[in-house]
Design a protein around this ligand. Structure first.
Ligand SMILES: [Zn+2]
Length: 630
């Protein structure tokens, strides 16, 4: 029952790194006024709430039946198989019961009745998790060779080989009952440093008011701060916003340093308690990723910063700035506000994926025209965008499409996730249908890259080409270079703790500032206040060693893109085949071998260099487009 997920594959982490956009003019319509073809049809899951209730009750019954299997596993392969199958039944039913309520709720989050049903499912999740807690310890009591013999004798049980063997692999770092109990007692205070960070950086933060050159006064929330950096063409305004915003962190920097130190001490405590050599090793063990992958990522990226510097030098020149600072990095190079109506994108998106072959394109059209997508915003609707993998039905997509270029790329991104879900669900047994985050962002970013290529081919206006190229480059900067810099920072800081070195606000500031300089060299003018930027990054406190996965996914898709679009017909056909096999493989193996079979080896420098080359090519194209603009 480990496959129960409590939410759809939300993309808030990816989008939070993207450059902020000026808010689009809202053309808010009531949901009932939006034609049905722009709304998802949830009756594909259940006809109505009665159907949902019947499934809910069935789920409740099955959860009780699962609890009753406790103590039976050692009796033989049939008993183990029965438990695995029942767990699958419960999992499949869970997807439908959860998503029907959850997607319905996201249509209008003001609906308390639907919210109550959604919470009802969450309560059932807690029950399911209690009812299944016995399974792992009981299975692991049986020697692995015994279970392997059962799998040899029982073909149906053999389906679960990877899942079962992986449980034994993870067992290596599981303690005895007394040890596990002791560790479980630490869980309550383990989250204290993050909770304190969250309170300090949100609830207790007093946002300053800033007066802009236009005379307008605005409260400097994080969203407003980013909006000023991305839209205000007056450099003095951006500088003032940067300074005011960073003062918020400067004034509490010793507290932030103490909290981050606590996060790292906690990580080191857990790593040592479970017998890992380093915090990095502990973080990567779940997905069976060798630490060399992260080390290679960091080293190769640091050696490949020249295209990044070229881009910033070009920006400085085009923007006509005498000095160029971190707060000048997101302002658009040109003004261009073309609208991209959804109806147009319906033609473009299928065309953009033609490098993936006719079958993929046909399937993508099914997704676009199947009433699976909730397109427009309406009062009460959940913000952002996601793809929800409703097993046994099909993926659904939530958008808040507003005709901007960003909205088009968001659709292309979520479409990548949905196609991954569609192919994985069609080709894998339930137990392997879900894929890990380490692979998840590969198809989504590849889908965006294909779409960019298509749009660049269509663009007739140089300014549109510039906007498209900047969009792609800013994406690489935000989801690749920045994330690798963050990963480097986390690794260096954690190593101080592992080596028993002191950690103060100054040591953390030095690490961050040195990295900023190592990446940007002489292409940027540095402000002392950038020394505290690390203090703001939520991922450092909430999920250490997480962000590097955005960069590895990005490198993987850059490498795949290269293989899919260059070489002979035969080579490209083979690359398509390998890529589709990756999507069809779901979570049937660890991410590294899955990607290796697709032709991507993340332990090799050339995979990471594919991104560096890609950026280099895009900056060259951008230079050309700017030149022809005159
Ligand atoms: Zn995504």
């Amino acid at each position: 029952m480990s496959k129960i997920r409590s939410g759809p594959l939300y993309d808030f982490q990816m989008t939070s790194f993207r450059p902020a956009e000026a808010p689009a003019a809202p053309q808010l319509r009531e949901r009932t006024d939006i034609p049905d073809r722009f709304k998802w049809n949830l009756s594909h899951i259940f006809h109505d709430w009665r159907g949902w209730q019947a499934a809910y009750d069935e789920l409740d019954t099955k959860i009780a039946a699962y609890a009753a299997l406790q103590g039976s596993l050692a009796k033989g392969s049939e008993q183990l198989l029965a438990a695995m199958k029942l767990s699958d039944d419960i999992g499949q039913l869970t997807y439908k019961v959860w998503y029907f309520a959850s997607l319905k709720y996201d249509e209008d989050q003001r609906d308390n009745q639907v919210n109550a049903r959604r919470q009802q499912v969450q309560i059932l999740f807690a029950k399911a998790s209690q009812a299944s807690a016995w399974f792992n310890p009981e299975l692991l009591q049986i020697p692995l060779p015994t279970v392997q013999r059962w799998m040899q004798e029982n073909r149906e049980l053999a389906v679960y080989r990877f899942a079962i063997e992986d449980l034994y692999r993870q067992q290596e770092h599981v303690l005895d009952e007394k040890g596990e109990h002791l560790l479980s007692l630490s869980s309550r205070f383990s989250s204290a440093p993050y909770d304190a960070y969250a309170a300090l950086s949100t609830a207790d933060l007093k946002h300053p008011t800033i007066k802009l050159s236009s005379g307008a006064e605005t409260t400097l929330t994080y969203g407003q701060y980013r909006a000023i950096l991305a839209t205000d063409r007056n450099q003095a305004d951006r500088a003032a916003a940067f300074s005011q915003y960073h003062k918020l962190y400067e004034s509490n920097v010793n507290t932030y340093a103490s909290l981050y130190h606590a996060v790292m001490q906690r990580d080191w405590f857990h790593s040592q308690a479970r017998g890992y050599r380093t915090t990095l090793e502990a973080a990567l063990h779940g997905n069976n990723i060798p630490p060399a992958v992260v080390e290679n990522l960091i080293e190769t990226t640091k050696a490949g910063t020249e295209p990044l510097r070229r881009y910033h030098r070009l920006r400085k020149r085009v923007l006509g700035l005498a000095t160029y600072h971190t707060y000048d990095t997101t302002i658009p190079l040109v003004d261009f506000d073309r609208k991209y109506p959804y109806e147009d994108v319906l033609d473009w998106l299928p065309s953009s994926v033609s490098p993936l072959g006719e079958q993929y394109r046909t399937q993508l059209r099914d997704v676009l025209f199947g009433d699976w997508i909730d397109v427009y915003e309406n009062p009460g609707k959940r913000s952002g965008a996601y793809s929800a993998p409703v097993y046994g039905v099909h993926p659904y997509m939530l958008l808040n499409y507003n005709d901007t270029l960003d909205a088009v790329f968001t659709l292309a991104h979520e479409m990548g996730h949905s196609m991954h879900t569609l192919l994985s669900n069609a080709h894998q047994p339930f137990v392997y249908s879900a894929y890990t985050i380490f692979v998840a962002e590969v198809p989504s970013t590849l889908s965006e890259m294909l779409f960019l290529e298509y749009m660049l081919g269509q663009a007739t206006d140089d300014r549109e080409r510039i906007v498209l190229l900047q969009h792609a480059i800013d994406g690489i900067v935000a989801t690749f270079y920045t994330q690798v810099l963050f990963a480097d920072y986390e690794l260096q800081a954690h190593r101080l703790v592992e080596e028993g070195q002191p950690v103060t606000a100054d040591t953390l500031a030095d690490i961050y500032f040195n990295l900023l300089q190592a990446y940007h060299g002489d292409a940027m003018d540095y402000d002392a206040q950038s020394r505290v930027t690390w203090a703001r990054i939520p991922h450092f406190y909430s999920t250490p060693y997480y962000v590097y996965q955005y960069a590895t996914c990005f490198a993987s898709s850059a490498q795949l893109m290269k293989q899919l679009t260059t070489g002979s017909d035969g080579e490209r056909a083979a690359a398509i085949d390998r890529y589709l096999t990756l999507l069809k493989s779901g979570g049937s193996d660890h991410p590294m071998p899955l990607l290796q079979r697709a032709g991507v080896d993340l332990s090799k420098p050339e995979t990471v260099r594919a991104v560096v080359d890609q950026l280099d090519g895009l900056v060259t194209k951008l230079e050309g487009a700017i030149q022809s603009l005159g």
